[in-house]
Design a protein around this ligand. Structure first.
Ligand code: OSB
Ligand code: MG
Length: 368
């Protein structure tokens, strides 16, 4: 299939809540949206890079540069047999995985739409519904944390993840656990601790967490393995895992027993599939992480999470939690912690071009 045109949009959608983590705070979701066009059909992908390099070294600006200068030119005017062909072409480009992942996702959607099959089935996914949890940002107080958890438990989410940071960790988790003794609960530190400051993490062992997510620096696999030796709670890695090679290294070092897979963070569905296979062979369970995505990225996450290795509830909660209005229809909405998997071609949602136009700050069209 000949890729005739790629449109890169900078989009900003207001968030219904401020989302605070140990690395920063977000009040609006600003991201790049990729539209890949062939024979009148469009495929869509969302770039998960954020404005600043605080979760990942990539940013919206770095991704725009990588996409427009190096990645999009690899496919423009080229006759691609399938989406994995792009993955092989893009192998020359080091890093820049979020940029790569956005274009790869758009091509996956495009090829699945042309074939008239859902992306979930195209990837080898089997589920028709996926279990989802929710990721709750840091709240100003312990009371507000418990209240926020209560609201989301009432909505039926299958697991609650609370963000922690030094000074807002054991107190939060202890209070939530006391209020909800049987709740599937996890804590995400976004790399805020070191082995030297890990004492609160050891104290979290008392609260029966399903796992602790990314406690230490994203480059500290060996330290994660050391920490794992002192904790009975499993460690789940997020930021540390950029590729299947990272996943293999982390698993063989004993740095984690659970993996958070984000399609964008690892460079697209192809790399996510390779991580899936590495982890499944080692018996390591997966779940699909979130980056406050619009309906496009959310639909890609849903498709990925239909694979058999994704056995734990992920972060793909309802679109309406985040946004008054979304750029897709139907909006991905969970009920009782279950997210339906769209059956239509590709990601199974349609773009509302009028809404998208209102949220678009800049447009760059690249033609063959
Ligand atoms: O660490 O999982 C994370 C959002 C932005 C950056 C990093 C993370 C997150 C979330 C939000 O936890 C998950 C979501 O609701 O999409
Ligand atoms: Mg995380």
């Amino acid at each position: 299939m000949r890729i005739e045109k790629v449109v890169l949009r900078l989009v900003e959608m207001p968030l219904k809540f401020r989302f605070r983590t140990s690395f920063g705070e977000t009040a609006a979701k600003r991201f790049l949206l990729v539209e890949a066009i062939s024979e009148g059909i469009s495929g869509w992908g969302e770039c998960v890079a954020e404005d600043g390099p605080f979760y990942s070294p990539e940013t919206t600006d770095s991704a725009r540069s990588a996409l427009s200068r190096f990645l999009i030119p690899l496919v423009l005017g080229r006759d691609l047999p399938d989406a994995p062909a792009f993955d092989r072409l893009a192998d020359r480009v080091r890093g820049n995985r979020m940029a790569k992942g956005a274009l790869e996702a758009a091509l996956r959607d495009l090829f699945a739409r042309v074939d008239g099959v859902s992306l979930a089935r195209n990837l080898g996914g089997t589920r028709t519904v996926i279990e989802v949890g929710v990721s709750l940002g840091l709240q100003p107080t312990v009371e507000a944390t418990v209240e926020n958890v209560r609201r989301h438990v009432a909505q039926g989410y299958r697991r609650i993840k609370v963000k922690i940071e030094p000074g807002a960790d054991v107190d939060r988790v202890a209070a939530v656990r006391e209020a909800f003794p049987d709740l599937p609960l996890t804590a995400d530190a976004n790399a805020a601790y070191t082995l030297e400051t890990s004492e609160p993490l050891l104290a979290l062992d008392a609260f029966g967490l399903d796992y602790i997510e990314q406690p230490l620096h994203h480059e500290d696999l060996v330290d994660h393995a050391r920490l794992a030796g002192r904790l009975s709670t499993p460690i789940c890695l997020d930021e540390s895992i950029r590729s299947s090679a990272d996943a293999a290294a982390a698993i063989s070092l004993g740095a984690c027993r659970v993996l958070n897979v984000k399609i964008g963070r690892v460079g697209g569905h192809g790399e996510a599939l390779r991580i899936h296979d590495v982890a499944s062979a080692a018996g390591v369970p997966l779940w699909c992480g979130g980056m406050l995505e619009s309906g496009v990225g959310r639909a890609h996450n849903i498709a990925a999470a239909t694979l058999p290795g994704f056995t734990k509830p992920g972060d793909t909660s309802s679109s309406s939690r985040y946004f008054e209005e979304d750029i897709v229809e139907p909006r991905p909405e969970a009920a009782d912690g279950l997210m339906p998997v769209p059956e239509g071609p590709g990601i199974g949602v349609e773009i509302r071009r009028d809404v998208l136009a209102r949220f678009t700050l800049e447009t760059l069209e690249l033609s063959a």
